[in-house]
Design a protein around this ligand. Structure first.
Ligand SMILES: [Zn+2]
Length: 270
């Protein structure tokens, strides 16, 4: 990522910026599995990433935000890529990044989110995967995923519409990424007994993996989002032993320390 840095981009040069960004991203992704022999971990350095947190998605707003960020020289980061760098103890290449996270599995992430991604491919040539933090309750938290019909919603709250099982599997096949967001999305997880919060995380983990297995797609990163961003030190320790990274919420931040990878802060967009 050396040479042409974001600062060399001229304002109002949007299409060129996007082509340049695309080259840099492809270079970085392409280098991933073959980045040479592992060296000793580098001295950890803080890095700038806006972890954008969407619930409902409206395609024009998402496209607008991403184009604006690319236009000013920010680069889209994928969660598998970030997970890889963190696991290896390496620093991200210099740059300012953004990453789109979609929470709770709202149905608009399938309709509007995919529409936005298609439009961005047409305009920039870059596929920007959506990171789906899905609540895996379905009708029955004990039913094996394989027995659940494709039309069954991942969750229901009596108000909003949620992704169905079939939609999540389809999005995985399309290259989007799904992550653990517990089974019941309990607002007060840190106040629950340990057996309860462990079960919430472990059952959701089996279910997320089962969705990947159904899609026939390997899972490249294990990420977790605490329900409502609420976490205790014992939950964070438990999560740190099983995941590559995790998201909390407050206070929002865009500069992150690798050592805080189990409570990265998100920036709310919807
Ligand atoms: Zn949530």
């Amino acid at each position: 990522m050396d040479g042409k840095s974001a600062t060399t981009h001229k304002l109002g040069d949007g299409e060129d910026n996007m082509k340049e960004t695309r080259r840099e991203i492809l270079k970085m992704f392409g280098a991933l599995p073959f980045a040479g022999p592992d060296r000793t971990p580098e001295k950890p350095r803080p890095f700038p990433v806006a972890f954008l947190m969407y619930h409902e998605v409206f395609a024009p707003a998402l496209v607008g935000e991403i184009r604006t960020r690319i236009d000013r020289g920010e680069k889209p980061l994928s969660l598998p890529t970030l997970g890889w760098f963190l696991r290896k103890g390496k620093n991200l290449p210099e740059g300012t990044y953004f990453l789109v996270t979609c929470h709770d599995g709202r149905a608009s992430q399938f309709t509007e989110g995919r529409k936005a991604v298609d439009e961005l491919i047409k305009k920039t040539g870059v596929f920007i995967p959506l990171n789906l933090f899905v609540i895996t309750k379905f009708d029955d938290p004990n039913e094996p995923i394989a027995n659940i019909s494709d039309e069954t919603p991942t969750y229901s709250d009596g108000v909003n519409r949620f992704l169905t099982k079939g939609q999540v599997v389809q999005m995985l096949k399309e290259g989007h990424v799904a992550h653990n967001h517990t089974v019941n999305h309990d607002r007060n997880l840190p106040q629950q007994p340990e057996t309860m919060w462990r079960g919430e995380i472990e059952t959701a983990e089996m279910r997320i993996q089962a969705l990947y297995d159904l899609a026939g797609v390997p899972r490249q990163v294990k990420a977790f989002a605490y329900p409502y961003g609420r976490v205790s030190s014992s939950i964070e320790t438990f999560v740190s032993e099983r995941f590559d990274l995790a998201f909390a919420t407050d206070p929002p931040a865009t500069i992150h320390q690798p050592s805080q990878r189990f409570s990265f802060r998100r920036v709310r967009r919807s």
